[in-house]
Design a protein around this ligand. Structure first.
Ligand code: PLP
Length: 396
């Protein structure tokens, strides 16, 4: 066998596209190393480092030798703490036995794709949406059917948008609330409608709630409030500010628990032990106060940046109620988001993610601004954006 064949990636990897945001980030770092000032509006992670009580708990766990594997589904006391969190924040009882702790939401999503998707199964996903999900589905041999969502539906799926895809069997619907890149949410009626539609199709409903907590209206509902059959994915990355610790969880109906354990054992054995001990402190009052202060800071940034973008002529037809993103229309300036992002970065020192990272539907006419940087940096970004618009260089 020739060397080229030996090292040829498996065929299933062929249509897994890279993150354009990583290319933007790498180029931004390169420019910074040449002495250029860059404001980062591309990065999808909080700029705040992990809250001190969580860090202390992680340090203590290491000092006490908590370095061995945990059970595959996670530390029992962490699963109980997560169940308590659903009771406190959502008023729903979740049996801790249905909670599986994972290496980030990413570990959960890839496991769930292996668990739920047979070769050829069709999964409906919103376009625009988080790009990795369609890749997880494809790696499991499934068909990731992108369903265009627009400002009219709050960039979220609903039964009316799904119905045309029901002529052939649908195995599942994967939604996110708040969503990435749009930050829009599903209210309780919308969740109930999706759940009923999935019941009628005998399809599973998976809702990614990784940006829960980072929501700017009161009482964002979990899908568990309307259906105990829904599958929920969540994470300590975003609201809890623990991206690099790699810790998340999912909740499955009882019938999927055993198979989830078996896959967890085989795919990753268990999530990081020190991270799990650290996360036990994530729900405590003193930590929550820190996280709530940060949430208010994100809300202030969102209001500031959305004001600037609208003033300059970017379109923001739906006010995001969660996450830390603004998915802005660029039609006034350009028909090519990648050109616009290149000019913003190279000529004006602003790193922004092109819409083409998130799907196909009108994606060239959008960019994603992440307000994961300080107000001070956002003010500089606003000046640079004004200069970019005034320069006339954004058009392509
Ligand atoms: C919607 C969504 N789901 C899942 C993830 C994965 O997060 P993690 O693996 O850090 O928990 C991300 C990361 O940006 C995301 O935006």
């Amino acid at each position: 066998m020739s060397a080229s064949n030996r090292f040829k990636p498996a065929a299933r990897t062929a249509d897994i596209s890279p993150f354009r945001v990583m290319t933007v980030m790498e180029r931004a770092r390169e420019l910074e190393s040449q002495g250029r000032s860059i404001i980062h509006l591309e990065v999808g992670e909080p700029d705040f480092s992990t809250a001190q009580p969580i860090v202390e708990a992680g340090r203590e766990a290491l000092a006490h030798g908590c370095t061995a594997y945990t059970p595959a589904a996670g530390l029992p006391q962490l699963r109980e703490r997560i169940a308590q969190h659903y009771k406190d924040s959502q008023g729903v009882e979740v049996d801790p036995g249905r909670i599986i702790v994972t290496p980030g939401a990413s570990g959960g999503l890839s496991l769930l794709a292996q668990l739920l998707v047979n070769p050829g199964d069709r999964i409906l996903l919103p376009d625009p949406g988080y790009p990795c999900n369609r890749h997880f589905v494809r790696l499991a041999g499934g068909e990731a059917q992108l369903v265009p969502v627009t400002a009219d539906s709050g960039y979220q799926l609903n039964p009316g948008l799904l119905e045309p895809y029901a002529k052939a069997p649908v195995r599942g619907v994967w939604a996110a609330s708040p969503g990435n890149p749009t930050g829009t949410t599903l209210d309780i009626d919308a969740l109930a409608a999706l759940s009923r539609w999935c019941d009628r199709q005998d399809a599973h409903l998976l809702v990614d709630e990784i940006y829960h907590g980072l929501d700017y209206s009161e009482g964002l509902p979990s899908v568990l409030r309307v259906s105990q059959d829904a599958i929920v994915v969540n994470s300590f990355s975003k609201y809890f500010g623990m991206t690099g610790w790699r810790l998340g969880w999912f909740v499955v109906p009882q019938v999927l628990v055993e198979a989830s354990h078996i896959l967890a054992q085989n795919l990753f054995i268990a999530a990081s032990t020190p991270a799990q001990h650290a996360a036990l402190r994530a729900f405590d009052e003193d930590t929550r106060e820190i996280l709530e202060t940060r949430r208010r800071a994100f809300a202030q940034r969102r209001d500031f940046l959305s004001g600037v973008l609208k003033e300059l002529g970017f379109t923001l037809p739906v006010e995001p109620l969660g996450a830390f993103y603004l998915y802005a229309g660029i039609e006034k300036f350009s028909a090519d988001c990648e050109h616009l992002c290149r000019v913003l970065l190279e000529d004006f020192g602003l790193a922004v993610t092109p819409g083409t990272d998130f799907g196909e539907y009108h994606s060239r006419l959008h960019v994603r601004f992440a307000f994961t940087t300080s107000m001070q940096n956002l003010e500089i970004a606003a000046d640079r954006l004004r200069a970019a618009v005034a320069s006339g260089k954004l058009s392509a």
